[in-house]
Structure formats: C-alpha cells, structure tokens
Design a protein around this ligand. Structure first.
Ligand SMILES: Cc1cc2nc3c(=O)[nH]c(=O)nc-3n(C[C@H](O)[C@H](O)[C@H](O)COP(=O)(O)OP(=O)(O)OC[C@H]3O[C@@H](n4cnc5c(N)ncnc54)[C@H](O)[C@@H]3O)c2cc1C
Length: 459
C-alpha cells in the first residue's frame, strides 16, 4: 500500500487521469494472458519518456517495484505485479513518430499496438514482418521485451531482428539511447540487444526505431493433410532442404484439429495426424506461384493425402481460419490453459509430439499441440480447470516434463513467450549456472535496488 503522499507525487508527474488506484482498476491491472494474478498498489499511465523517467526515479528513491506493462497479453506472467508497487502501463505512449521511407525505418513509442503500426507502414508499401498472433492486442514495447515471434518469422526473423535502436529509462531514471539508423553499427557492446527479451527487468523501453522491408505484393497459401505425423515432419524438412523458405510453415497435430473441429465445425478431417499450412510471398507473382506449386509437389511426394492451394483471398482466409481458431477453440474446451512455446531441432518434432502425448496420457489431462513447424517452435497447451485441486496439482509436474522433453531433444524452454515467472525455475537447467550468474550480475549492475520487475526471469 502506497502512502497518499506518493500517490500525490505520481499525480504531479503524470496528471490526475494518469494514476489509477480504485479497487476495480487494480484488479484490471492484476492479470496477463495466463491464469496468474496479483494486484499492483497503483497503476501509472505516462505519456512521455520524461514522465517515465521521473516516475522510475521516484520509485527508486522510495524502493517501490515498477512493473512495465504493454497490453498484458504475455503468456509467462511477466507483467503480473507479484510484489505490488507500480504497474507502469505504456499504452498511452502509442504514437508513430516517424516513417522514414528512404531509410526504411519507423520510430514509434513503445505502447503502439503492433497491428496498427503494421497497417500504417503497409499503406506506404512498407512492411513490418514480426507477426505474433496477438498483434492486435500487444504492443511493440511488449514484443521487444519478449522478443516476440510468429508464423512469418521463419522467413523474416523475430522482433529482435528489426530493432535498430531504443530509448530506455534505466532503473535509476536516466534515459539511455541505443543504436540508430545506420545499418552497420558495431561501436561498443550491443546494448540494443541486451534490452530485447529482457522482459522489463532492466529498464522501461519508451521508444523504438524499427527496420522495415518492402511489402510483399503477392501471397499464396497451401494446406496439406497427412495421415502420418512423420510424413508431415519429413515434408517440412524436404521443403526447406529444397532451398525454399516459405513465409510460414505451420503445423496442427490431431489434438489441435479435433479441438478446432469440435468448437468450429469447419469440416477438418479427423482421420489425419497433422495438417500443414504453408505460405509463399514475394513481389514477383510468377515466382510466388512457382514456389507454392513446388511446395505442393513436395507435400504430395512425401505422403500428403490432400493438398489444397487457395486460388483467391477468400479461399486463403478459409485455409487460415482453422489455424486462427486454435486459441478460441481451446477456451471452449477448458476454463484454463497453459500455453507453452518450447523449441526443438526441426527433425525432432515428431518425437517431441509423441513424448508430449505420453505426458498427457500419463496425467490424464489434455494437451493440444500446434506450432511453427518451420522453426521447430511448438505450442503444447495444457488444458485444465484451476478450480479443481486434483487437476491444478498436476500442472506443475506436467510442465516440468514438457520442458524436459524440449531440453532432452536439444531444444529450449521458450521460442517467443519469454520466461516471466512460469519458466524461471527451469532457467539453470536450460542455460547452466554460469549463464544464469552472468545475467544476474548484469541485472545487479543496472538495477542494484531490484525495483525493475522484481522476481521475473532470473532465479
Ligand atoms: C492469444 C494470444 C496469442 C499469442 N501469440 C503469440 C505469438 O504468436 N507470438 C508471441 O511471441 N507471443 C504471442 N503471445 C504472447 C504475447 O502476446 C507476447 O508476448 C507479446 O509480445 C506481449 O506484448 P504485450 O504488449 O501484451 O506485453 P505485456 O504482456 O504487457 O508484457 C510482457 C513483458 O514485457 C514487459 N514489457 C512490456 N512493455 C514494456 C516496455 N515498454 N518496456 C519494458 N518492458 C516491457 C513486461 O514487463 C513483461 O515482462 C500471444 C498471447 C495471446 C494471449
């Protein structure tokens, strides 16, 4: 509980309407995209970097935890303020400050919604590729802080690949500028990258300079059905080995197909083990058509039972509808889900899925699996009802075993969602003690008072 004197100082910095402390507001800012919750003592909504700097300096002086927050769509409980303190929401800092056509960059405030930025640059023939499925309800700041990915990242790379520079308010309130518009920039340590994926533990990102590319003008999409998961997996490798890098290469296994069909009745086949959705894009229509035809051929050659290539935008939408329906379908099946995002080497996907299914059978608890097959990033979603103590008790050991599968097969804990608190206990197992210690030392240097998103990421 913060004193009225501190609340007043916060109001002096950000204005009356920038500070929320009613019980209803505190509840609204107590959750993220997981099942975790804890109320902050106060919510602060700054509109400038200077305000963020003054709020953070005050928090340091008073030893108040600060938890940066975008749209709170995170799936690792990283923006849940478990130690109370200030929930620092960046959502009012949502301006696109500059689109530089010549240098192909965009300068934005951290609270801009990713899809809004994408729509704005696309109007000018430019393209910001990183596409978390949550792009309509997540911010650029949150995407950078988690190094978010998405289906298109197979061809285009993840959020971090597009960050050229940052403005960051450090835990002592000082304002650090990193990077710039120069493409080649190797002067000193790469501080921009240090803040990418730091999940709000090292500072508050207030502005970002992002790289853009030319908007691909043509897209073609194919859907391939496989009665054997191994065939689907071999197809993924065959496509990539043929030198083709599709824009997306998504996989839904039979558990996801059944779940979507039960909820949406899209006419998906229930007698296949996997469906792949593969997309080609580019600026030369003939080349895109040739590529999707080559992909379809490889699918047939590797045991696909059915391959459909969309002929127009409407058909393309229909092919994607199933993939986009996964999350809503899960919500209809169980009140709670824990969506993990393990990665494994591509060739290990069938084995990973087999082992995860065995975990599901052992605990008699459903796990639905889908993901970005092209980069070995799987989303096993454990479905459960948190109100049932018997089901709740199974979740922790199940998660531990799922992470064990990823690590045993040469993969890791997270490909895009980050660590937050949910994966924190497994950090040492994944990275080894020295890597964790080096990261702890970095945190100690930048945030000696441990006010910036305390208790997240590091054990
Ligand atoms: C339905 C659904 C689908 C999703 N699909 C994907 C997907 O395809 N790919 C993917 O990568 N993720 C996905 N996610 C997870 C989530 O959307 C991403 O992690 C996203 O990047 C979080 O952005 P946010 O603005 O909501 O951040 P928040 O959830 O508010 O915060 C996430 C973390 O970033 C920190 N943070 C936020 N803003 C700042 C800032 N300005 N400065 C410093 N730290 C900050 C927070 O402290 C916290 O640690 C999905 C989530 C949902 C609910």
């Amino acid at each position: 509980m913060l004193s009225q004197a501190i609340i007043k100082q916060l109001r002096d910095i950000v204005g009356r309407d920038g500070v929320l402390d009613s019980p209803e507001d505190l509840v609204a800012y107590s959750i993220d995209g997981t099942f975790a919750e804890h109320r902050p003592d106060v919510v602060v909504l700054p509109t400038t970097t200077d305000q963020v700097s003054r709020v953070v300096a005050l928090a340091g002086h008073e030893r108040i935890p600060v938890v940066p927050r975008g749209m709170a769509s995170g799936l690792a409980a990283a923006s849940v303020p478990f130690s109370g303190g200030i929930a620092l929401s960046l959502t009012r800092m949502n301006r696109i400050l500059e689109i530089d056509q010549e240098n192909r960059t965009v300068l934005v405030e951290a609270g801009v919604i990713t899809a809004e930025l994408q729509a704005e640059v696309e109007k000018r023939g430019l393209f910001y590729p990183p596409d978390p499925s949550s792009n309509r309800h997540s911010t650029i700041g949150g995407n950078i802080a988690c190094n978010a990915g998405g289906p298109r990242c197979l061809k285009y790379g993840v959020t971090g690949d597009y960050v050229m520079g940052l403005t960051v308010v450090l835990p002592d309130g000082q304002v650090l500028h990193t990077g710039g518009k120069a493409i080649k920039n190797v002067v000193g340590y790469d501080l921009t990258s240090l803040f990418v994926g730091s999940e709000g533990t090292l500072g508050v990102i207030t502005e970002a300079l992002l790289k853009l590319v030319a908007r691909p003008r043509f897209v073609r999409t194919a859907r391939a059905e496989f009665t054997s998961l191994d065939d689907a997996s071999r197809t993924v490798n065959a496509v990539l080995s043929a030198g083709i890098v599709p824009a997306t290469l998504e996989l839904m296994d039979e558990t996801a197909i059944a779940c979507i069909e039960e909820a949406m009745h899209l006419g998906l086949p229930l007698d296949v083990e996997a469906i792949l959705i593969i997309e080609s894009d580019g600026s030369d229509e003939e080349a895109v058509i040739r590529e999707i035809e080559a992909i379809a051929r490889i699918c047939w050659e590797h045991g696909a039972r059915q391959v459909n290539v969309a002929r127009d935008e409407q058909e393309r939408d229909r092919l994607w509808k199933a993939r986009r329906s996964v999350s809503p379908s899960l919500a209809r099946k169980a009140p709670n889900k824990l969506g993990e995002d393990i990665t494994v080497p591509r060739s290990a996907i069938p084995e990973a899925i087999r082992r995860i299914k065995a975990i599901s059978a052992k605990y008699e608890q459903p796990i639905v699996i889908f993901g970005h097959a092209g980069d070995g990033n799987l989303h096993p979603n454990i479905l459960f009802d948190k109100r049932d103590p018997e089901q709740w008790a199974k979740i922790e050991p199940m998660v531990g075993e799922v992470f064990g599968v990823a690590l045993n097969l040469g993969g890791t804990l997270s490909g895009e969602h980050g660590v937050g608190v949910l994966k924190r206990p497994y950090m040492e197992q994944a990275l080894g003690p020295l890597s964790v210690e080096v990261q702890q030392r970095i945190k100690q240097v930048l945030d000696p008072l441990n006010i910036m998103n305390p208790g997240k990421v590091l054990p």
